[in-house]
Write a protein that binds this ligand. Structure first.
Ligand SMILES: Cc1ncc(COP(=O)(O)O)c(C=O)c1O
Length: 460
């Protein structure tokens, strides 16, 4: 068996934040209080927090220094122009419209261009993206290639969209009902898998043929570009920046959550070429986020994002980032824990229905695993399965489940070391040995949208 090497951290640690520990009894009480929903557990009561890689990055000394240069003028702050220049140099679109985070970018874009009855195709919509489409009465449809749903397929670009599925949708529904096509890079809900440049070109051609704008949900564009460099023939010698520029050259615009590949704790933007759409978006922004040169952010936040988005393209950083997921995933895989393969950029996904075969889908095995992982080890992970994506069908009686029932161990950027990841692997390996003791749950209270954030459950 190949040796799994702990990755070398390409940074020195200048500021530290203590990790507090809790007892099992404390964690048990916290679970009860939160309705067995780990979103309700205070972060200080978490030992290793792998809930998300979003907004949880450690900023660099350069970014922190930039925060001190924040220009807090209401309009036209210099930091906006720094951000505009940084984004234009990578994405290449004319308009850069800041927002406070990714879902706000989705809201102002979709709110400006979608209407009831429209359809938005994607490889796989992320939960907030789906909700922002559907809250407007439009339909979010997923057209990932078949391998995306096969956790054992070793296909290097499982994030790809299937051009034939997309064409069939356009032909059957009519291009007039599709104001835009989205492409999520990397495909978070499908295991953090990358999309190839070949596929980006193909989808762009389909969109151009039917005259439909093509947009990226670009949260993890740098990780996607790095995978293209590593896996796609012809790109080995190109820089990650050149690859990212080429990716965006086939599109009409993008929404971005800066909380991922711009290495900030808050921030996002919409970027696009179309002047008429940009004007509508800016008008929507003014009534919800703020003036178009700050979009809900302080000048210092704009500066941190302007600096972070360039740092995210550093190849030494990306090498370490992807090695962390490969290290954690490799340790789990070697111990016989069912994991989604190949390992993506930002997280390791456990196949919860295989980890807990005695718990049926209707008792939410993924959720049960997140509860057990917190109860026994204080580790917080997130379910990406039946609670997050399940939906009621058949007059609200039967629940439909997504194809994959997973638990995501998302790795915050530059926050945890190899030793932390080793601790997580050891905890999961131990838990796996005693998996038959883990119980399923039922939902006792839920909201109509994004129910996983606030649902209350009880153990069966
Ligand atoms: C693929 C994808 N799109 C959109 C979003 C929304 O971004 P934000 O959390 O900044 O609103 C996320 C967040 O995790 C995401 O992963």
């Amino acid at each position: 068996m190949a040796e799994i090497k702990m990755p070398f951290e390409p940074f020195r640690i200048k500021v530290v934040e203590p990790i507090r520990t809790t007892t099992r009894r404390e964690r048990e009480a916290l679970l009860k209080q939160s309705g067995y929903n780990i979103f309700g557990v205070p972060a200080e009561k978490v030992t290793i927090d792998l809930l998300t890689d979003s907004g949880t990055s450690a900023m660099s000394d350069e970014q922190w220094a930039g925060m001190m240069t924040g220009d807090e003028s209401y309009a036209g702050a210099r930091n906006f122009f720094h951000l505009e220049k940084a984004v234009q140099s990578i994405f290449g679109f004319t308009h850069v419209i800041p927002t406070h985070q990714g879902r706000a970018a989705e809201r102002v874009l979709f709110g400006s261009v979608l209407k009831k009855g429209d359809i938005v195709p994607n490889n796989i919509h992320f939960d907030t993206t789906r909700a922002n489409v559907e809250v407007l009465g439009a339909k979010a449809m997923d057209f990932a290639r078949d391998e995306a749903y096969d956790p054992d397929s070793g296909h290097p670009f499982k994030g790809d969209m299937d051009p034939d599925k997309l064409k069939r949708c356009i032909e059957s529904k009519g291009p007039g009902r599709i104001p835009l096509v989205l492409m999520t890079v990397t495909n978070n809900s499908g295991g953090g898998q990358p999309v190839s440049l070949r596929n980006i070109k193909d989808i762009s051609e389909v969109c151009a043929h039917y005259d439909i704008p093509f947009f990226f949900d670009a949260c993890r564009f740098a990780e996607n570009a790095f995978f293209i460099k590593k896996r796609e023939k012809g790109y080995e010698k190109k820089s990650v920046l050149e690859i990212a520029q080429e990716m965006f050259s086939y599109a009409d615009g993008a929404t971005m959550s800066g909380k991922k590949d711009a290495l900030v704790n808050i921030g996002g933007f919409v970027t696009l070429d179309d002047d008429a759409w940009a004007e509508r978006i800016k008008n929507a922004l003014i009534i919800s986020e703020g003036f178009p040169t700050y979009g809900g952010l302080a000048g210092r936040d704009l500066e941190a994002m302007a600096r972070g988005i360039g740092e995210a393209l550093d190849e030494g950083y990306l090498e370490h980032r992807t090695a962390q997921a490969a290290y954690l995933g490799g340790l789990l895989d070697q111990a016989g824990i069912p994991v989604f393969k190949p390992f993506g950029g930002h997280a390791v996904y456990i196949l919860a229905d295989r980890f807990l075969p005695h718990i049926p889908r209707k008792k939410y095995p993924g959720w049960a695993l997140t509860v057990a992982l917190y109860r026994e080890y204080g580790i917080r992970a997130v379910e990406i399965g039946g609670v997050m994506f399940g939906s009621k069908t058949g007059r609200g009686r039967e629940e439909a489940y997504p194809e994959l029932e997973m638990v995501r161990l998302a790795i915050p950027r530059r926050v945890y070391t190899g030793a932390h990841l080793q601790f997580v692997a050891e905890a999961l390996i131990e838990l796996h040995k005693h998996r038959d003791k883990i119980r399923g749950l039922r939902i006792v209270r839920e909201s109509p949208f994004l129910r996983h954030f606030t649902a209350r459950l009880e153990e069966l």
